[in-house]
Design a protein. Structure first.
Length: 375
């Protein structure tokens, strides 16, 4: 038995090595990938992509169907995305979400409809406006819904004037919230999705949204609750208001399709998400507004990945956390992907998600051993 002593020491130092007869540390229940709205152009693209993902052991797909108030499914509320045919509002002749649901089911994979919640329109060099469509894009229909800074000015659409990727809708505007609840109820009610995945479910930053509706709602809340302003600053109200709204979105999805799973992609640093973007993912889980969170821990530092994932695990429990990896970043290697997957496995989280499907395929040989496909 003396030979076992150095072996046991080695297994402690090298987490990727398991004791004889012990379960492999990489086996995780949920193996997911984000499929962006740029990843396909045809039904054949979707079928081939899901074939590839299934072959490497992915069993859950976050399939993006809403980008900036434009969609990749039949909607009575919003125009078709321009990504398929190059023209906003033009019907592509097929329904990507319907195809994805059918193809996923035939492969015994879960399909979660992934939506960008608050982005209204991309920030571009040319400051281009969305063309007028039927249905009319929300940027034209409701300019009053745009997020505004402390002086009441809406976000700029032009790069150089804006550091953001999108112009946002105001997360605390009553009209925006009611509209998005209708979007979710319609989407989840008409498509047999397994889940609803919420992204960009946050403020652009803490300097927004000072739109008149949100300010009025804040003042009314103070009056009705008899709360002094110093006891509930506008920042705290925005955070709590967004938390309540996430609860209503979750309720709308579950009413439309009982048993559907609701999840949210959240900021990798808990404090930054809560204080800078008013995104309180921990509280969303605690209140049951979402079933789990996916911290987007996009970093090439294994230590940072471990610390940030552990922070979520400590506060909500490993069974409510799916670790988000970002191997699209420059500097990623096979060994770094393996290190981060090992960390997720050791912390006992429910699984992992790879951003995005292109990189899941790129690192297929690394990912495969963490699923049944490699066993």
């Amino acid at each position: 038995m003396k030979w076992m002593i150095p072996f046991l020491i080695l297994t402690c130092l090298l987490p990727g090595i398991a004791l004889p007869g012990s379960p492999a540390p990489g086996a995780m229940e949920v193996r997911a990938a984000w499929v962006t709205r740029w990843a396909f152009k045809s039904p054949e693209d979707i079928a081939g992509l899901l074939d590839d993902l299934r072959a490497l052991g992915i069993n859950t797909v976050f399939f993006q169907v809403r980008g900036a108030c434009d969609v990749l499914y039949e909607s009575p509320y919003e125009p078709w995305s321009r990504l398929l045919l190059g023209e906003l509002g033009r019907h592509p002749g097929w329904d990507p979400l319907a195809v994805a649901v059918e193809e996923a089911r035939s492969r015994k994979m879960e399909l979660h409809a992934w939506i960008n919640v608050f982005p209204a329109w991309p920030v571009t060099d040319s400051e281009v406006l969305p063309p007028r469509t039927e249905p009319l894009h929300v940027y034209h229909a409701h300019r009053e819904w745009l997020a505004r800074d402390g002086t009441g000015v809406p976000m700029s659409r032009k790069k150089g004037e804006s550091s953001f990727s999108y112009v946002f809708l105001s997360p605390t505007h009553e009209g925006v919230q009611a509209y998005l609840e209708e979007i979710v109820a319609d989407l989840v009610g008409r498509y047999e999705v397994d889940g609803l995945h919420l992204d960009y479910i946050r403020f652009p930053d803490s300097t927004y949204s000072y739109d008149s509706n949100s300010r009025a709602s804040y003042r009314m809340h103070l009056l009705e609750s008899e709360t002094p302003e110093e006891d509930l600053p506008f920042s705290d109200w925005r955070r709590e208001n967004l938390t309540d709204f996430v609860g209503r979105l979750g309720a709308a999805a579950r009413k439309a399709r009982p048993g559907v799973t609701v999840s949210a992609a959240v900021w990798q640093k808990i404090r930054a998400g809560r204080e800078e973007y008013f995104q309180d993912g921990v509280e969303w889980v605690r209140r049951g507004h979402v079933d789990f969170v996916v911290p987007m821990i996009y970093t090439t530092s294994a230590n940072s990945f471990e610390e940030r994932l552990a922070a979520y695990v400590e506060l909500v429990g490993p069974e409510k956390v799916l670790a988000g990896l970002g191997p699209y970043l420059e500097g990623f290697t096979d060994s770094l992907v393996a290190d981060q997957l090992d960390i997720a496995a050791r912390q006992g989280v429910m699984g992992f998600s790879i951003f995005n499907s292109d990189y899941a395929r790129k690192y297929a040989d690394v990912i495969r051993p963490y699923s049944n496909a490699g066993r």
